[in-house]
Design a binder for this molecule. Structure first.
Ligand SMILES: Nc1nc2c(ncn2[C@@H]2O[C@H](COP(=O)(O)OP(=O)(O)OP(=O)(O)O)[C@@H](O)[C@H]2O)c(=O)[nH]1
Ligand SMILES: [Mg+2]
Length: 477
């Protein structure tokens, strides 16, 4: 999502940066480019107009001042960035806990928006924060809706309150009410109520949502919005806001390749903040929503903060400290170290998502590399390293033919795979040495600085090898 918008922003600023001192015509020109880019991305016209008015007036008024700075284009970029953050809601908003537990969260939204998946993701997130959530299955419309929530609840270790009769029968309002009583009884501090999906503006279902709302007086009503749907999604959200009301939004399916207009319009149009974002079908594909980080991604600066946070969570402090001191003292990076990085990386989620958070991830060359990235290669690489003895891992030089063939057998791979890994590993070691010479890893936490380069060097892309000869193939990569 936002890929095309992001590359248009980057293109527009690249040409502005080439101009040096700016005239008001230059501001008009970039404003026109940004306007077109936003409209192409399906952002609501009212939002686009407001955005550009702010940028034009702020930039033009301060033109003399901007031209005093060493890089006037960057000063305009800062203005655009701050206005983009505003459009996305300004500061981050989080769940407001009720003074008296339990805090009741009601999930609403269109059919298939991702409410039930989100219920599981949210329950897991809240549980990891030390809460004791309860899920309540108040969707009695769709066959299997109750079973789906029960399955998800089980997978995240959160209990589910469901009607005894099971799927498709009973009164959803009563289930919600009884769920709340059950939570009070069993001292759950949070209740998450999943409801039936509405198809467009269905008055009967809207009525049902109102009844559930009135029966349990939620502390937070979250409207779950499928970011793939575009302008239509914004219109139904508005109708729902009028009919039932909501306190905040959750954007789902941000992993899709839609243009992203709904995501950029929704906060301005409804006046409600985005609280969470879902970026895939897995429980771990869930993030808190930060307007500034999203703006940074859209502008092509990546999201180093999230990457660093995820890395911190994945690396235990001993491993991080060990890698850091090795790096600083100039000791060789071994295959054992590489294995610990691989394990940490796997905890952090999919590699293409991680690399997608780096600055410039949406730009042509890097995007191509990301598309070619083969996640399966990481598992393959891991199994090969795991089949090596400790000495082999710390001194890959001793890997002669018979050792390589034993490792291949042990990991269920070909000798050519082992050759290829050893070759790429030695290239990565060289890259580490170069980085030690000054081109460090930026703001990534200890042990992580070299990760993107090393990962790119060691895990090959999906592309077909140009050579049928395994030895040659190893040298090609
Ligand atoms: N790619 C992607 N798929 C998602 C995401 N969130 C949910 N899905 C998928 O979207 C489909 C619908 O998700 P549900 O959670 O069942 O949606 P719902 O709003 O509960 O649907 P109803 O109960 O029928 O109204 C499922 O196949 C989910 O796996 C996401 O962030 N990205
Ligand atoms: Mg559902």
């Amino acid at each position: 999502m936002f890929e095309s918008l992001s590359s248009k922003f980057q293109g527009a600023f690249a040409s502005l940066r080439s101009k040096g001192r700016l005239k008001s015509g230059d501001i008009d020109e970039i404003a026109a480019e940004i306007r077109e880019a936003l409209l192409d991305s399906d952002v609501a016209v009212t939002v686009v107009d407001h955005f550009l008015e702010r940028i034009k007036s702020r930039s033009t008024e301060a033109l003399a001042e901007l031209n005093k700075s060493t890089n006037p284009a960057n000063a305009v970029f800062e203005i655009v960035s701050s206005e983009l953050i505003e459009i996305l809601g300004g500061s981050a908003r989080r769940i407001r806990f009720a003074k008296k537990a339990p805090t009741v969260i009601l999930l609403t939204g269109l059919q298939g928006a991702g409410k039930t998946s989100l219920a599981g993701k949210l329950a897991k997130y809240l549980k990891d924060q030390g809460n004791t959530p309860l899920l309540v299955a108040s969707d009695l419309q769709r066959p299997n809706a109750v079973t789906q929530l029960q399955f998800i609840g089980e997978s995240v270790g959160v209990p589910v309150f469901a009607p005894e009769v099971g799927n498709g029968v009973g009164d959803p309002v009563k289930v919600a009410k009884n769920g709340l009583i059950f939570a009070q009884d069993k001292l759950h501090n949070i209740v998450i109520v999943d409801t039936a999906g509405r198809l467009g503006v269905d008055s009967q279902l809207m009525q049902e949502a109102k009844q559930i709302r009135d029966a349990i007086t939620p502390d937070e009503i979250l409207y779950v919005l499928d970011a793939m749907v575009g302008q239509d999604a914004v219109r139904t959200a508005l109708a729902f806001q009028e009919g039932v009301g909501f306190d905040a939004l959750v954007l789902t399916k941000l992993d899709g390749d839609a243009r992203g207009g709904a995501a950029l319009s929704i906060t301005q149009v409804t006046g409600k903040p985005i609280m969470f974002a879902a970026t895939g079908e897995k429980i771990s594909d869930f993030d808190l929503f930060y307007p500034d980080r999203m703006a940074s991604r859209i502008l092509g600066l990546g999201d180093i903060q999230t990457l660093a946070e995820q890395a911190k969570g994945a690396f235990d402090s001993d491993t991080a400290a060990k890698l850091e001191s090795k790096f600083a003292s100039g000791e060789d990076f071994t295959l054992d170290d590489f294995l610990s990085q691989l394990e940490a990386m796997k905890k952090m989620g999919s590699m293409s998502k991680l690399l997608g958070m780096l600055p410039g991830a949406n730009s042509g060359a890097m995007k191509k590399q990301l598309e070619q990235f083969d996640e399966g290669e990481l598992v393959k690489t891991q199994s090969i390293v795991q089949s090596m003895t400790p000495i082999e891992r710390s001194e890959p030089k001793i890997l002669n033919g018979s050792r390589r063939s034993r490792i291949a057998k042990g990991s269920g791979r070909q000798v050519s795979d082992v050759n290829s890994l050893v070759e790429r590993f030695s290239q990565a070691q060289k890259a580490m040495k170069q980085m030690r010479g000054g081109k460090g890893g930026g703001q990534l936490p200890p042990g992580m600085g070299a990760l993107p380069n090393i990962a790119k060097k060691i895990a090959p892309a999906k592309k077909k090898s140009r050579s049928g000869n395994p030895a040659k193939r190893a040298l090609e990569s």
